[in-house]
Design a protein around this ligand. Structure first.
Ligand code: F6P
Length: 333
């Protein structure tokens, strides 16, 4: 155990890779502290009467859980008056959240999915918070979506918290991927994995198999080959895992390898896919690339996509580089 806190790490990163602006440090520290509070709220769950539905729908037309709304409000409240952000956008809100009048503004934009995989809450299974940080002109009109519509390559920080048996925070600033574990006694995230790398060889895949009949031919072919195992062209058996919380599936892949697919299918094609580019695909794609993996829609690199909307959805295929390239190759052919 290194004993290095997130706060010390951010100051060290500043020494190693050039000055990290104070506003960016503040953005990350406040996000981490809020994740700690979300983790505490999740632990109280039923005791605090905060399980179940909020009785509302988000912009995606999905039912909101009480904890979706609570986590969203915690992030908004924690960041609104810090003076470090120019604006925020959340998967749970139709429009960007303007920094209140009279509060000084910084130049960072924070985009987040406050509680990813929230259908897992009521079964006491893994959920997470995903975030992405962009930069803009402090004078930009952040009540509008335009300043937020930047490609994933423009991110200056991205990460997630995963709320499991332990709460962990995984972060990239563009110099690899490091993971921190919450020490509840200290109330601090402690560096526990440095330079996470996705193993090149994999025998594990993650996909919602119940959508099989809706997939396109390249994904049908790829998964059929995995399922054929030792007797097929791959010549080895593959295992399948699906947590139904992207954050948890990606955490497994960063930790022990594999590939994750939420491909385009006939159910979601009209919307462009299932997962959201700005809150899920971009931050996860950058983390995966920073750990030596690849991230594609099957047709293009995710990080190169020019966003057309704040709540745009995309196909997502990411994880071990060779596997992702194989699926992209099947799309190309
Ligand atoms: O964003 C929504 C999400 O919950 C992801 O976290 C997860 O990977 C996916 O949807 C689960 O989808 P499904 O409901 O098809 O299993």
């Amino acid at each position: 155990m290194s004993g290095i806190t997130l706060a010390a790490y951010l100051r060290d990163a500043q020494r190693a890779h050039g000055r990290l602006p104070d506003d960016l440090i503040q953005t990350l520290e406040i996000t981490a502290t809020t994740c700690e509070r979300i983790s505490a709220a999740l632990q109280r769950g039923a005791l605090a009467g905060i399980l179940g539905m909020a009785g509302s729908e988000n912009v995606q037309g999905e039912d909101q859980k009480k904890l979706d709304v609570i986590a969203n409000d915690m992030l908004l409240d924690a960041h609104a008056s810090g003076g470090h952000l120019a604006g925020m956008a959340s998967e749970e809100m139709d429009d960007p959240f303007p920094i209140p009048d009279g509060v000084s503004r910084g130049r960072y934009l924070l985009l987040f999915d406050p509680l990813d995989g929230s259908s897992n809450i009521d079964i006491n299974a893994l959920v997470g918070t995903i975030f992405s940080v962009l930069v803009t002109d402090p004078a930009a009109d952040t009540t509008q979506v335009t300043p937020f519509l930047q490609p994933g390559t423009a991110q200056v920080a991205a990460g997630y918290a995963v709320y499991g048996p332990a709460t962990q925070l995984v972060l990239t600033l563009g110099h690899g991927v490091d993971a921190f574990t919450l020490d509840p006694e200290q109330g601090a995230f402690i560096l526990t994995s440095e330079g996470m790398r996705i193993p090149e060889a994999t025998q594990e895949f993650a996909i919602n198999m119940s959508n099989q009949r809706h997939w396109e031919a390249p994904v049908q072919r790829y998964v059929a080959e995995l399922l054929a195992g030792k007797t097929g062209v791959r010549g080895k058996d593959f295992n399948m895992r699906w947590v139904a919380a992207m954050v948890a599936d990606i955490h497994r892949i960063l930790t022990r390898g594999g590939i994750f697919l939420y491909p385009l299918d006939s159910k979601t094609a009209a919307k462009g896919g299932k997962l959201r580019l700005m809150y899920e695909a971009n931050p996860m794609a950058w983390l995966i690339e920073q750990a030596g993996g690849a991230a594609s829609t099957g047709r293009e690199r995710i990080l190169d996509l020019a966003p057309s909307g704040l709540h745009q959805r995309v196909a997502v295929i990411l994880g071990a580089r060779e596997e992702v390239e194989r699926v992209a190759g099947y799309h190309a052919s």
